[in-house]
Design a binder for this molecule. Structure first.
Ligand SMILES: [Zn+2]
Ligand SMILES: [Zn+2]
Length: 873
């Protein structure tokens, strides 16, 4: 998200989506956070803790029927909602065509009647929404859905802009159930998915009664201007105003507390609302089949996640809500014509700059001729009057004559003496006046003034440091770049069709080249190194490559907001102004596109895209494995697979090791407020990182939650590391120098039964470890090693002690010594993947037993099974 190259890859992918017809703009109901001013994606709602149990007010509302028909006299339709703030937006009621309805007396209003669905009525009597004497009540009338469809009712709130010939009527809808409410569903088109779809079908007005900040629109009666959510919580006062208003008008039937699971913004904990937004979508539904197929080829550890948690998630019909209305992020590369709404998706920087055309003027840069500062290698910002040398004057004169053919219109120059003298010579030859500008001065290094250039180079040894750090009261390269860019963009604003010569010093010219060329710092340093020792030689003239496009305040080419939003170009269709849409892209896309964007694919040499191939050409793909916690089934695991599938590729990873969450020892989530957090640094400092790691690997199988108990880490430390270490120390006590074992091997030695036994134990273990590691079953791979370490110490070493201490002959000692060293060395290898540091130390001490000793255990060969040394019996 930060680097230009990364963004360029993302743009390329988005353009590819567009070409495939997968990118679309829609009016869609989205989970919306009024505090953050953003929609939440489905995988954001899938984050742990998004859903919380809350107590809301559900409310039963009378909708007064407007009808000449006698049977509807003084009669209301009874409806229900758990989101009272949507009531001013009501424009329809929905019922199911297959349901039956009852007309009953209104228990609270004499001579008035209520209509609701038959089964729901029975349930509501049970739930005591109606008085208990209603239990045996005979309804006045049983009605069919048909009798109600098309009925008009009085609007609850007299909202002018919601009125239409279709508003405030009863419609049929198949989503209405008997499980909740009254079987008559309150419909506010902009605040629910079912509502919106129904409104779309009927052609109801699509107008908001609440703005995007959660405030009622001013001209909504009774509640205009009020907030529905304040300070991350539902605004109870506003809700009360709604109830009071409805109560006064006789619409409020009953308020019943209602406990339910309600989604909240994972970022700020504000309850989300369902809200119709203009948003950009990626049509994941169009590739859903392929997504499910791609998943089938992934090896999931544990395997049940494939068709369980992850597989089920993939099956759900949903498009990717792709855009966010935020400041920081990858800008959506969509430009829209203000006039004809034509859309252009930009897939690369080249494509963008092509739209912008060429700079208005032609620019040349010239470095001053050789001066005394060059000869003396001294830093000078014009304080001392250093003149051009004779050689310097000559070279400038020669260059000036060459410049005649370029028809220079304007000369700009730094006012430092060596540039001034250069400009004077050029001015005379070209017959043009010189305009001096302080922004063209050499980099300001006051604390080095008069010192040698070497002193500066020693204080700032790398180019990176010169970009980033300022000497006392002086400038960094970025500062220089900011001022030369401001100079150049002024010229571009002020002049047209001019040939302009800029006379300056090495660093400002280098920074001009970077800024104008649109290079990032890396490229700037590369270009400088290519030209060492100087970016531009004294007296040299060059044409300045100038690429139009967004620059930030430091003159750097920058695709982020707000710079990119200033970029406009002409519409191909109508000649109108194309402006970028304001949205940025969902950050989950940035991470999901990682396999491509991290390599700046497909822009670097060797990269290629062939839509007929199931993988990108020129980069490593797919990855062997990915490992993350289980919550990423709706996060990173998902977006990685989705982006690849949308591009027509196979899965970007072959194996997934899905990890359970780490909890406290009682299985509770660790939290600062409860105070049950285990400080990982404390554990690592106490027992070593390898013991902590081993514990986490072996505590439970990978996807199971891990109830972290510090006492158990101590156990692991004692049971494995202490024993292994003591075994090593014992062996080391009898250590020979490696010359003594040169030429020996296990086949040549006469092995005792005990020697043969421990070797068999090792190879038996090796087989299990290898098999399980190949299957990414880590815990199952490590547990047998614990037994081997135990056997080595408790049986082999204990029973071999005498052979070390008082051997009967040399062979007896050598055999035991060799076998123990050999086994220790091989244990180092098989614990290396899980215990990198301890393994490295053990290997370094025992590598003379390796067939092919390496500098590190991590580049040594995995042990091979040796049939001859394995005796099952
Ligand atoms: Zn929020
Ligand atoms: Zn247009």
């Amino acid at each position: 998200t930060y680097e230009t190259n990364y963004i360029e890859s993302l743009w390329w992918i988005i353009k590819e989506f567009h070409k495939r017809g997968l990118l679309y703009e829609g009016y869609k109901i989205v989970p919306w956070c009024v505090r953050c001013g953003t929609a939440l994606s489905s995988h954001e709602l899938g984050q742990p803790d998004a859903y919380k149990t809350v107590l809301d007010n559900s409310v039963y509302i009378r909708f007064k029927i407007k009808s000449e028909d006698k049977k509807f006299k003084n009669t209301s339709l009874l409806s229900w909602t758990t989101t009272p703030w949507t009531l001013p937006g009501n424009i329809a009621l929905a019922i199911n065509i297959n349901h039956k309805f009852v007309k009953i007396p209104d228990p609270d209003l004499e001579n008035n009647f209520l209509i609701l669905e038959e089964q729901s009525f029975k349930r509501l009597v049970e739930q005591k929404v109606f008085p208990s004497n209603f239990k045996n009540l005979k309804p006045e009338l049983i009605l069919k859905a048909k009798d109600l469809i098309g009925l008009n009712y009085e609007p609850l709130f007299d909202v002018e802009f919601l009125k239409s010939d279709k508003s405030y009527k009863v419609y049929e809808a198949d989503f209405v159930s008997q499980e909740e409410g009254t079987g008559i569903v309150h419909t506010a088109v902009m605040y629910g998915e079912d509502d919106y779809n129904l409104g779309q079908k009927i052609g109801l007005p699509q107008k908001h009664t609440v703005d995007e900040n959660g405030k009622f629109i001013e001209n909504v009666p009774a509640v205009g201007g009020l907030e529905i959510i304040s300070e991350n919580k539902k605004n109870e006062e506003t809700e009360k105003k709604i109830f009071d208003y409805l109560s006064q008008k006789g619409n409020l039937f009953k308020i019943v507390p209602y406990e339910h699971e309600y989604p909240h913004c994972w970022r700020c904990k504000t309850p989300i609302i369902y809200y119709a937004r203009n948003s950009w979508f990626v049509a994941v539904n169009k590739v859903r089949k392929k997504l499910i197929q791609n998943n089938q080829k992934i090896n999931w550890v544990p395997s049940h996640i494939k068709n369980g948690r992850f597989g089920q998630w993939l099956k759900e019909e949903k498009d990717w809500n792709f855009s966010r209305e935020r400041f920081w992020g990858t800008p959506l590369p969509v430009w829209k014509c203000k006039n004809c709404k034509n859309i252009e998706v930009i897939g690369s920087i080249k494509e963008l700059t092509k739209h912008l055309g060429q700079p208005k003027n032609k620019y040349f840069v010239m470095r001053h001729g050789e001066s005394e500062t060059q000869v003396k290698r001294i830093i000078d910002l014009g304080k001392k009057q250093y003149h051009l040398t004779t050689i310097g004057k000559d070279m400038v004169l020669r260059q000036a004559k060459k410049l005649l053919k370029e028809k220079i219109d304007l000369i700009f120059s730094s006012d430092v003496l060596r540039c001034k003298e250069t400009a004077e010579i050029v001015s005379k030859v070209l017959g043009k006046e010189v305009i001096f500008d302080q922004r063209l001065r050499e980099i300001s290094l006051p604390s080095f003034e008069g010192l040698s250039i070497k002193a500066y180079h020693e204080a700032f040894p790398t180019y990176e440091s010169r970009f980033e750090k300022r000497p006392e009261n002086g400038e960094s390269l970025r500062d220089v770049r900011a001022r030369v860019w401001s100079f150049l963009s002024d010229l571009e604003k002020k002049y047209e069709n001019k040939n302009i010569l800029i006379i300056s010093h090495e660093y400002p010219i280098w920074m001009l080249a970077q800024s104008a060329g649109g290079w990032d710092d890396k490229k700037a340093i590369l270009e400088k190194e290519k030209r060492e020792p100087d970016f531009i030689k004294v007296g040299e003239v060059k044409k300045l490559e100038f690429v139009l496009g967004p620059r930030n305040f430091s003159g750097e080419f920058d695709l982020h907001k707000p710079y990119i939003d200033a970029i406009q170009f002409d519409c191909k269709k109508c000649g109108g102004k194309m402006e970028r849409v304001k949205e940025v892209v969902d950050v989950w896309f940035d991470s999901g596109a990682m396999p491509f964007a991290q390599s700046h694919w497909p822009f670097e040499s060797g990269h290629k895209f062939n839509p007929k191939k199931d993988k990108p050409i020129g980069i490593d793909y797919p990855a062997d494995y990915i490992s993350e916690a289980i919550d990423q089934t709706r996060g990173w695991f998902y977006t990685l697979l989705a982006v690849a599938t949308l591009l027509g590729f196979k899965s970007p990873y072959k194996n997934v090791i899905c990890l359970g969450l780490v909890l406290d020892k009682y299985g509770k989530k660790m939290s600062k407020s409860i105070g049950n957090i285990v400080n990982p640094w404390e554990m690592m400092n106490k027992y070593g990182i390898d013991a902590v790691r081993w514990y986490l690997y072996t505590k439970t199988s990978s996807a199971e939650p891990k109830n972290f108990d510090p006492d158990e880490v101590l156990e692991v430390f004692k049971k494995i590391y202490l024993i292994l270490y003591n075994s090593f120390v014992f062996w080391k006590m009898y250590s020979l120098n490696s010359g003594n074992i040169l030429g020996l091997n296990l086949n040549k030695l006469k092995l005792s039964l005990l020697d043969k036994w421990i070797l068999s134990r090792f190879y038996e273990t090796l087989n299990i470890v290898t098999k399980n590691l190949n299957n990414y079953e880590i815990r199952e791979a490590l547990l047998p090693i614990e037994n081997l370490i135990n056997d080595l110490s408790r049986w082999y070493i204990r029973r071999s002690r005498r052979k070390f201490q008082k051997p009967e002959n040399k062979n007896e000692f050598m055999a035991s010594y060799y076998v123990l060293g050999f086994v220790l060395n091989n244990i180092a290898k098989i614990i290396a993947p899980a215990s990198p540091f301890f393994a490295e130390a053990l290997y370094a001490e025992t590598k003379q037993f390796d067939k092919k000793p390496e500098d590190s255990v991590h580049i040594s060969y995995w042990p091979e099974f040796n049939k001859k040394l394995f005796d099952k019996q």
